[in-house]
Design a protein around this ligand. Sequence first.
Ligand code: NAD
Ligand code: UGA
Length: 463
Amino acid sequence: MSSPAAVRAICCIGAGYVGGPTMAVIADRCPHIQVTVVDLNAERIAAWNDPDLSQLPVYEPGLDAVVGRARGRNLHFSTQVEAAIAAADLVFISVNTPTKTRGLGAGQASDLKWVEASARTVARAARGHTIVVEKSTLPVRTAAVIQEILTAAQGEQAGSSFSVLSNPEFLAEGTAIEDLEQPDRVLIGGQDPAAVEALAEIYASWVPQERILRTNLWSSELSKLTANAFLAQRISSINGIAAFCEATGADVREVARAIGADSRIGPKFLQAGPGFGGSCFQKDILNLVYLCRHYGLEEVADYWEQVVALNRWQQQRIARLVITKLFGTVSGKRIGVLGFAFKADTNDTRESPAIRICQELLDEGAILQIVDPKVSERQITLDLGRPAGEGEGSWQQMSTVQQAAAGADALLLLTEWQQFAQIDWPAVAALMRRPAWLFDARAKADASAARAAGLQVWVVGEG
Ligand code: NAD
Ligand code: UGA
């Protein structure tokens, strides 16, 4: 099977957190390639085309500059999905793959309906030879499904042919541009060497060759799920130890430093917190669990499932701890919530620990005063399943920490935004009702300044 020697036009299906930033960096680094990012969501595409770069639908440090350089030159955002596929010699599929909510595998398996729809659209619209690249995170052996859909189309459309590759994305939100510009590795899985090399050549424009790894399709697909499972496992491990530290007088930051100094363990991803959030860790582990069960590997499935169970427990533990410390009831009490995004430097709230923790406090009758520099009121409304309001069991969005603290019995720090490290504690404490608490689930605030200002302070993992 012959493949184009060099890719000249790329289409990316899915203008989300991955498709948008990834294609912007490819376009920026490869001015000789035309890159078109398409999506069915017209509102999202309009936001990507907004002349005001602060209105892009994804907030990532540095993204506006990259889009500003490439957009209109060789980076385009469009709703014309089929036209962009027809013009492309390489198509990335970067659509959402959430956990299934109903039917077979509900609650664990990934819902592949958007991937399948994308493959069918490619089958219909592609012209000549097209390299189809899985960018979404997918269950092992999904490439076989995509290949089957495309092969069926080959029979119908004379002259079209396809090569399927796996090229999972490892960027983390908040550092997406840095991760894309200087990746630890780029992973390409495939059986067609010409297609693998065509994709590798794109990345080679800025990624050193030794960081471009080539594997077979299934290893590539499984490596992505495994990487996320290992990363999430470290967080559940350290969060479990944090609870143990609180019970015994040890300090989880000291423990993390001590174990992280062992070069076999390493210092990264040992930050105790309110549990991991984000659209992927939970979904990818549950998918791994589902696949293990499918292949009869019950013990392996049980092992990984515990990573998710411990994460849920950590979120519940923090909500209950707040209630307990506030004399067993938060009914009618104001609590300032510092941060709603699942981590700092992103506007993304998917699976944010703040959602479950806030819901639990609302169910107990708390009045939440939420402040987050990037998350909109509309998003919080969607996540909490209720609009802003007043009275017991309600929430409001505030613009400053001072507003969040006004009349509050406690502040609960859930996202590690830099600004929360620089709170003027005497001024903020003066606005709160005594006795007042700071619950710092990220160990981000200046705890000694808060204590000096008269607050009682709980810090995750501090015994
Ligand atoms: P997202 O929901 O932000 O974006 C997906 C986009 O695809 C949406 O805008 C949706 O409208 C569009 N879409 C769905 N079906 C379509 C179709 N048939 N035609 C055109 N557009 C369609 O999702 P995301 O966060 O970008 O994640 C995409 C994939 O990348 C997922 O598989 C995810 O697991 C994986 N991933 C995500 C991250 C991350 O940090 N968010 C990192 C690595 C990998
Ligand atoms: C994660 C992975 O880091 C990426 O490599 C992967 O590409 C991505 O998932 C994906 O597949 O979607 P992301 O979820 O964007 O990236 O962000 P992380 O930095 O991994 O943080 C995930 C969650 O873990 C956040 O809630 C964060 O606050 C939490 N976390 C992280 C901790 O609680 N402690 C830590 O030490 C690190």
